[in-house]
Write a protein that binds this ligand. Structure first.
Ligand SMILES: C[S@@+](CC[C@H](N)C(=O)[O-])C[C@H]1O[C@@H](n2cnc3c(N)ncnc32)[C@H](O)[C@@H]1O
Length: 223
């Protein structure tokens, strides 16, 4: 069964293609490494990762979230606490044994996490300062050939700018891809000149995708 059939009725913002990408990537993470998720909300993405791990090498998923929502959620919904619903959802999906949940901010959690990260999914607070801090604190823990994925990267300025800066300047990333709004890439010890050209072309391509996405959104919201 596709992971997104299991998560269909859980609130969140993940598209079907994104859920499937998380599942497939989690499935390939090798034993001895962890999968880290920053920002779990009600568990939609956590379950896709958990099902991937279950069908793959059974690696641990460290799901970090204070469960008090983003500033945007608090403006929309008032006081937020998603932890009980998160726990219920991961239990119902049968993935609890793979999930270690940390009820804290990614910044605090990074100071006490000493493992090796094979795959990290960054979907916490979306302000540029927070996304940049997630990147700076967690990238050193990712192994070479590990995968880094950011959510909401063509329509939210924070993840959009952060990933553009990384791809345009870092000598340690290559093979960027866009899966709906996820921008993902691989960590390497040192990338080649051709990798850097490809990274730059990707940022230009994504800017066009973002532009057309914004045009489509503005037309659909007028309808
Ligand atoms: C967009 S939601 C995550 C959605 C989830 N990944 C999904 O696909 O269903 C963002 C989450 O990030 C959490 N968050 C906010 N600030 C955070 C921080 N500093 N560290 C970790 N998580 C944070 C919020 O509590 C919220 O649940």
């Amino acid at each position: 069964m596709r992971p997104t059939n299991i998560t269909r009725n859980i609130g969140g913002w993940l598209t079907e293609a994104e859920g499937h990408y998380l599942y497939e990537t989690a499935k390939k993470v090798k034993k001895g490494n962890a999968i880290v998720e920053i920002g779990s909300w009600k568990g939609k993405s956590t379950i896709c990762l958990g099902l991937g791990s279950r069908d793959g090498r059974g690696v641990k998923i460290v799901a970090i979230d204070p469960h008090t929502g983003n500033s945007e959620h608090r403006r929309r919904f008032g006081k937020v606490n998603t932890f009980a619903e998160f726990k219920r959802n991961i239990h119902k999906a049968g993935v609890s044994p793979y999930i270690e949940s940390i009820l804290d901010t990614s910044e605090n959690a990074s100071h006490t996490f000493y493992g090796r990260v094979g795959f990290i999914f960054i979907d916490g607070a979306h302000e540029l300062k927070s996304v940049w801090s997630d990147w700076k604190l967690w990238f050193p823990k990712v192994i070479d050939n590990g995968i880094v994925a950011f959510h909401d990267t063509w329509h939210y300025p924070g993840p959009n700018f952060a990933t553009a800066i990384i791809l345009l300047t870092s000598h340690h990333v290559r093979h960027p891809r866009l899966v709906d709004t996820i921008t993902c890439f691989e960590k390497v010890e040192k990338n080649f000149f051709l990798d850097r050209i490809q990274n730059t072309c990707f940022v230009l391509y994504r800017t066009l995708v973002g532009f057309w996405g914004a045009v489509k959104l503005s037309y659909s919201s007028r309808a």
